[in-house]
Ligand binder design. Structure first.
Ligand SMILES: [Zn+2]
Ligand SMILES: [Zn+2]
Length: 176
């Protein structure tokens, strides 16, 4: 099956701004809702630093090391979900196993042929492979390219929340 792509160092696809390219494919993209991403990233970073610098040391060094580990895991996965290419569809040739006359197989806005599970996002203005949803907090879509990082981020969020609760409870216990 031959697949042609709209290669070339295009700096933007729809409302996504791209940078870093591998073989003409964008590696990183910033979405239209990037201010939400900056706000959440700053909040998580400040909360993490506050806990690690001021609250964790009173429990002990192993608690501080745990805090650094869980917050690094959270922030790295959040950064990857927010920055990596979510899977911009760039096919200019239709998949042979798709119906030739089905208008749903072609996006007239992006002028690309969609593959299975590809959907057009109105917020991002592009077609995304294995489209999951548009997430304002990462600033753009969650698709095949970044969905695993997104789930790791959600898992990290839960772990960090539990870490903060346990650390606060232990600090309160120490002061009694
Ligand atoms: Zn489209
Ligand atoms: Zn989107």
């Amino acid at each position: 099956m031959e697949i042609e792509c709209r290669k070339g160092l295009r700096k933007s696809f729809g409302h996504l701004k791209c940078f870093g390219f591998i073989g003409g494919d964008p590696l990183f993209c910033i979405g239209p809702h990037w201010p939400f991403f900056i706000c959440l990233f700053s909040f998580l970073l400040i909360t993490g630093l506050f806990f690690i610098c001021f609250i964790s040391p009173s429990i002990g060094s192993s608690n501080t090391i745990t805090g650094v580990s869980v917050f690094c895991f959270l922030l790295i996965n959040f950064l990857m979900a927010a920055l990596i290419n979510p899977g911009i569809e760039m096919r200019t040739v239709r998949d042979e196993d798709l119906e030739p006359d089905d208008p749903d197989n072609f996006c007239s806005i992006c002028e690309v042929y969609k593959s299975y599970k590809t959907e057009h996002c109105d917020d991002c203005g592009v077609c995304i492979q294995e489209y999951d949803h548009h997430c304002p907090w990462t600033g753009k879509c969650i698709g095949g390219g970044n969905v695993n990082f997104f789930y790791c981020f959600l898992f990290g969020l839960l772990v960090c929340f539990l870490y903060c609760i346990v650390t606060l409870a232990m600090t309160a216990q120490e002061k009694k």
